[in-house]
Design a binder for this molecule. Structure first.
Ligand code: NI
Length: 177
């Protein structure tokens, strides 16, 4: 198992636009996805985008299992999403707290579409087309932002809603995701 280093905010590679995947059969893509999964799980994250480990490709993964840290958010199946396209399903925007493995130890209140459709491809190049809402939709928007060089602090509307996790949520032992 290989746990890759996760780039932190300030690294210019996190600000770049990622390129679409063209070759779904390449062993490099398969290995990238394995490394991303191992890294996300080792760090107890809810998602990871390829640029976070220094690879400028449009690949994101996410997974939320039943977890006492997120009692209200439900579960999201392990998903590999390549070359994603997001389409909001309504104009409703909701604020929610987010963290990020590239911004360790912090949380911010971020507005996101409550419901959206996402399309793209899985690791085998098969089409994915899902309509989701709430935390699932939030995670997808956060991860796809990484492919466009956007980190969640850039979306916080009021920077008073940004701070250190252990100060904002004392005693909750929240981790980065
Ligand atoms: Ni992130």
């Amino acid at each position: 198992m290989v746990v890759r280093d996760v780039l932190k905010m300030g690294d210019p590679r996190l600000l770049a636009h990622a390129n679409p995947v063209a070759d779904f059969a390449s062993p490099e893509l398969a290995q990238l996805i394995i490394d991303m999964r191992d890294t996300m799980r080792a760090l107890d994250g809810a998602g990871l985008a390829a640029p976070q480990i220094g690879v400028g490709l449009q690949v994101v993964i996410f997974e939320v299992s039943a977890n006492p840290r997120y009692p209200d958010v439900g579960t999201v199946p392990f998903t590999v999403l390549i070359n994603p396209v997001l389409t909001p399903l309504s104009d409703v925007i909701e604020d929610g707290w987010e963290g990020c493995l590239s911004v360790p130890g912090m949380r911010g209140l971020v507005p996101r579409h409550v419901a959206l459709r996402y399309q793209g491809y899985d690791a085998a190049g098969q089409p994915i087309d899902r309509s989701v809402s709430d935390f699932h939709a939030r995670v997808v928007q956060h991860e796809v932002d990484h492919l466009n060089g956007i980190l969640y602090p850039m979306r916080i509307r009021d920077l008073r809603d940004f701070g250190f996790t252990d100060t904002l949520f004392p005693g909750q032992n929240l981790q980065d995701d």
